[in-house]
Design a protein around this ligand. Structure first.
Ligand SMILES: [Mn+2]
Length: 468
């Protein structure tokens, strides 16, 4: 059903999308009087939700919205949302979540409401799409061979859906660009397929400005001095998290004012930096209606990701705002500072253990706090800091549970050489050794007992090559 390497079938996907749009339009006129929107707690999810809210507002619907953070099962979650008395005049729209069909289909089958699921995560089971319940309209481009990160973000899908119903949604296109930036973690010239097409369209409408320059994501709004120190993509070994004096003397030595804004650097200044540091020049997106950090789509997205975990209401509110609040700015700086410190520790000093296809990093015993393991692992992986040709298990003993908690990551390069993805490896581990966890092909996490972890570590290559 899902097919890595298969050529995307655009015609089939668009037919599917159009069918869902047609039903939604028809029933909106004849049947529905209430809507419930459910989305994911990250930048892509929040942007998707805003797009759908805009659409529902234009259609003059009453709606409620909810954010799903995957900490409970869909059964428990929906129990708290779905009305006791079933009502076929209510429709639910899921964005950036909802591909856990093994869990959701049995619930949806028992309900009278209509469910529209617009998601770009890979589905979790081998269900026949023809056999889905009649009240479920399931739109997911990964089923038709598209890549859920490079080709189409959740917000891209929400935008495509909403635009077909109301063309003026194009004006909300900047929201889709935030979603794309947050999920793809790539500079804009690397976008493909639907992401690339809608980005082009939104730039043509001048809702977003495409710029070319030095890419120091996480700090594009900063001075070059702070950019080199606090860039999280790329993380610059030798500059990232280093002391200010070291960075200033480097910049002075190549006659660059350390306080000059990254976006104001001249072409020849960029050339001088590139002679000494391996950085890419690339494209980035500017949101012209916003100020400061919020003008930068990537940084705006990272901020939404941070706020989504700390304070979901602040995340939902900041997307409407022109400039950042002091509270949000403090959280952002603290997050970037911690992440950069952790990446520096990881690149230099953490104990590691390697097998043919894996690398284990022990971040436990206070070296990196457990709450930072997941983000440290993600940015280690996307930066290719350690062995992109191996699957990474980063974590350690979690004191409060006395379990070993591991963040598991691999690179696209690792998958392209024919290895199993993170989600399959985690399934194999759970089946052989117990534990809890899950994920998608590039990233996931698992909690294991101490004895199970020892078995995993001593036989790691078996788990990355076995199929269940
Ligand atoms: Mn997403």
């Amino acid at each position: 059903m899902i097919f890595m390497g298969k050529k995307p079938d655009r015609t089939k996907f668009l037919k599917h999308l159009n069918t869902a749009v047609d039903f939604f339009e028809d029933y909106s006129q004849t049947l529905y009087n209430n809507m419930i929107a459910i989305s994911h707690n990250d930048a892509d999810g929040i942007s998707s939700l805003q797009i759908i809210q805009n659409l529902l507002h234009k259609m003059k619907f009453n709606y409620d919205y909810f954010i799903y953070n995957r900490s409970v099962s869909w059964g428990n979650y929906l129990n708290g949302i779905l009305p006791k008395t079933q009502n076929k005049r209510t429709a639910l729209i899921f964005t950036d979540v909802g591909s856990n069909l093994a869990e959701l289909v049995p619930i949806i089958k028992k309900r009278k409401e209509h469910f529209y699921i617009l998601d770009h995560h890979e589905i979790d089971c081998d269900l026949d799409l023809e056999e889905l319940p009649e009240n479920l309209f399931f739109v997911n481009p990964t089923v038709f061979g598209f890549d859920g990160l490079d080709h189409v973000s959740g917000a891209t899908l929400a935008y495509l859906f909403a635009k077909k119903i109301n063309l003026s949604i194009v004006k909300q296109g900047w929201l889709a660009v935030i979603g794309i930036a947050g999920d793809s973690l790539r500079s804009m010239e690397k976008l493909q397929s639907f992401n690339k097409e809608i980005y082009q369209e939104i730039c043509d409408e001048e809702l977003v400005l495409d710029k070319e320059g030095l890419i120091l994501f996480g700090s594009m709004h900063e001075s070059i001095k702070r950019g080199l120190k606090y860039s999280i993509l790329p993380f610059l070994i030798g500059y990232g998290g280093e002391n200010d004096q070291k960075i200033k003397s480097f910049l002075n030595s190549i006659s660059i004012n350390p306080n000059k804004k990254i976006v104001d650097l001249e072409r020849d200044e960029i050339q001088r930096i590139l002679k000494s540091i391996d950085i890419d020049v690339g494209h980035f997106a500017i949101l012209p209606q916003k100020q400061g950090l919020l003008r930068f789509a990537f940084e705006h997205a990272i901020l939404l990701n941070i706020l989504s975990f700390k304070n979901i209401n602040a995340a939902i509110s900041i997307i409407h705002q022109k400039s950042i609040t002091r509270y949000a700015k403090e959280l952002y700086n603290e997050y970037i500072d911690t992440l950069v410190k952790n990446l520096k520790i990881l690149a230099n000093e953490l104990p590691r253990y390697e097998t043919k296809s894996t690398i284990f990093i022990d971040a436990g015993n206070g070296k990196i706090p457990p709450s930072n393991w997941s983000d440290t692992a993600s940015f280690t992986s996307v930066n290719g800091l350690l062995r992109p040709d191996k699957m990474m298990f980063l974590g350690g003993l979690e004191k409060k549970t006395q379990m070993v908690k591991l963040s598991v990551r691999c690179s696209r390069k690792y998958l392209e050489s024919g290895h199993m993805g993170v989600n399959s490896v985690i399934s194999t581990i759970k089946q052989k050794l117990g534990g809890t966890g899950g994920g998608h092909k590039l990233a996931g996490g698992i909690r294991l007992s101490i004895p199970s972890f020892k078995i995993l570590k001593n036989n790691a290559d078996d788990f990355t090559s076995l199929s269940v």
